[in-house]
Design a protein around this ligand. Structure first.
Ligand SMILES: N[C@@H](CCSC[C@H]1O[C@@H](n2cnc3c(=O)[nH]cnc32)[C@H](O)[C@@H]1O)C(=O)O
Ligand SMILES: [Zn+2]
Length: 444
């Protein structure tokens, strides 16, 4: 037995309570053995299971929380952070982002993904879903960084001829098959058509059918803007969620990003199907896409997770910001200060995120995956501590994270990331971004 113990902290339990307990981890299995005296097995097994601790993490004055889950991002877009701001989705994609992405190389994607991984580890995120291209490079980064992820190649067919469109669908399915189970099982995959309007119907139908055959879920952007919903309603006489259902893309393992413009019947369909929605409040505000009905979705029984979306529409990958934004915007959208309370956003960022992605983690309890973060609570902006859950939702930031653990491995200890060379990663990404902008500018 190779054990790690997180000592002296307070622990956020799955029921929302906070107890002063040590957390003991089986590093070989990557699971939590015990929380205080509580174990998954019987007493005897517990006593045998926990005797020698090989490594400790000091959590004194801290709160041990499940590793946060960023359930929708385009991680390599860190290279485009601050590249184009203050525009609505369609213009932003077509005028700025897609032309820049046309110049992105696989090396760039790797550099941007490493920067994103560094940022996520530093802010306590242990799992994420990524839709992008050059996904083998993103997978390499996930493997090295020690994170967990659900990865997919994003398909766009608008503006492409049939051969290119088919090749893009094929690529997404190939990535889903090839990367499934990579990084010692920490990588899972999905078929990821970009959206219901940027991928043609025939390609969607074929791709989803093959994804079903391969047993991988579907992830796409849905109901993000009114401009995206209207043409679907005009052309098909049905709303996007119904269209998705018709495409067989509304399954219990599937998860949709955004869900801003959903009506009551769509909310009901999502709930009945068990399809999760990834709420991306910062991106929705920044691109002025609208306000997702988060409280209504949750009341209907829809699993709602949180995502940052790409760093070009956020502009960071800090899930703490997303918790706060989700609570604030959820209240504003509902016209009710009691809507989307602190416990709800903490659950969305942890257990609901893991559930939406179909990945382990999201709960600190014996038997669960050892994915956790230790948040320092002794900073001035976190004093006094009347309620740690309130602080997580409203006052803490990613930079308050002191240690990050994923799959039983310490990824960050005392704010030092152990799996990546922070300075090298940062420099390489900055260089890649400036070279990229030069290529884009000289092409115009
Ligand atoms: N294979 C595709 C790549 C699609 S990846 C997923 C895409 O989603 C884009 N994206 C980023 N943020 C958003 C958003 O908020 N809504 C919709 N698309 C986004 C991102 O720029 C990227 O082009 C191609 O060849 O173009
Ligand atoms: Zn997105």
């Amino acid at each position: 037995m190779n054990a790690l113990r997180v000592t002296g902290g307070r622990v956020l339990r799955p029921d929302g309570s906070v107890t002063g307990s040590d957390v003991t981890i089986d590093r070989d299995a990557g699971t939590i053995l015990a929380v205080g005296e509580e174990t998954a097995g019987d007493e005897a097994t517990a006593a045998e299971a926990v005797p020698d601790v090989d490594e400790t993490l000091d959590a004194e004055g801290g709160l041990v929380v499940p590793g946060l889950v960023n359930a929708h991002t385009h991680v390599a877009m860190t290279l485009l952070r601050g590249y184009a701001d203050d525009k609505e989705l369609d213009a932003w994609l077509r005028e700025d982002i897609w032309p820049a992405e046309a110049e992105l190389t696989a090396d760039d994607v790797e550099a941007g993904a490493a920067l994103g991984a560094l940022e996520m580890i530093r802010s306590g995120t242990t799992a994420f879903a990524d839709m992008y291209f050059a996904m083998d490079r993103v997978a390499d980064v996930v493997d090295r960084a020690g994170l967990r992820a659900r990865l997919g190649h994003g398909v766009v067919t608008v503006g492409k001829d049939d051969a290119d469109a088919r090749a893009d669908v094929k690529e997404s399915l190939a990535v889903a098959r090839d990367l499934e189970g990579a990084a010692d099982g920490r990588i899972r995959t999905a078929f990821m058509p970009h959206s219901l309007t940027t991928v043609g119907e025939a390609y969607l139908r074929e791709g989803v059918a093959e994804a079903r055959e391969a047993g991988v879920p579907v992830h796409l952007h849905a109901n993000e803007t009114a401009e995206e919903v209207d043409p679907i309603v005009d052309k098909r006489g049905e709303r996007p969620v119904t269209y998705a259902e018709d495409l067989d893309a509304l399954g219990p393992d599937d998860f949709f990003a955004h869900g801003v413009h959903v009506d009551d019947s769509e909310i009901e369909r999502l709930a009945d199907a068990g399809t999760a929605v990834v709420h991306c409040p910062a991106s929705n505000m920044k691109l002025a896409s609208g306000m997702a009905p988060v409280q209504r979705l949750r009341d209907a029984g829809v699993t709602v997770a949180l995502g940052t979306d790409g760093a070009a529409s956020n502009n960071d990958l800090d899930v703490f910001d997303e918790m706060r934004d989700a609570a604030m915007l959820g209240k504003l959208a509902a016209g009710d200060a009691a809507a989307v309370p602190a416990e709800a956003v903490v659950e969305m960022a942890t257990a609901a995120g893991a559930e939406a992605l179909g990945l382990p983690g999201g709960r600190i309890e014996p038997g669960a995956a050892a994915d956790l973060a230790v948040v320092d609570l002794d900073a001035p902006h976190l004093t006094p501590v009347h309620d740690p859950v309130s602080h997580l939702a409203y006052a803490a930031r990613g930079s308050d994270v002191r240690h990050t653990v994923c799959d039983g491995r310490v990824l960050m200890r005392d704010r030092e990331v152990l799996t990546l060379d922070a300075e090298a990663v940062r420099e390489r990404a900055a260089d890649a971004a400036s070279d990229l902008v030069e290529r884009v500018d000289s092409g115009v």
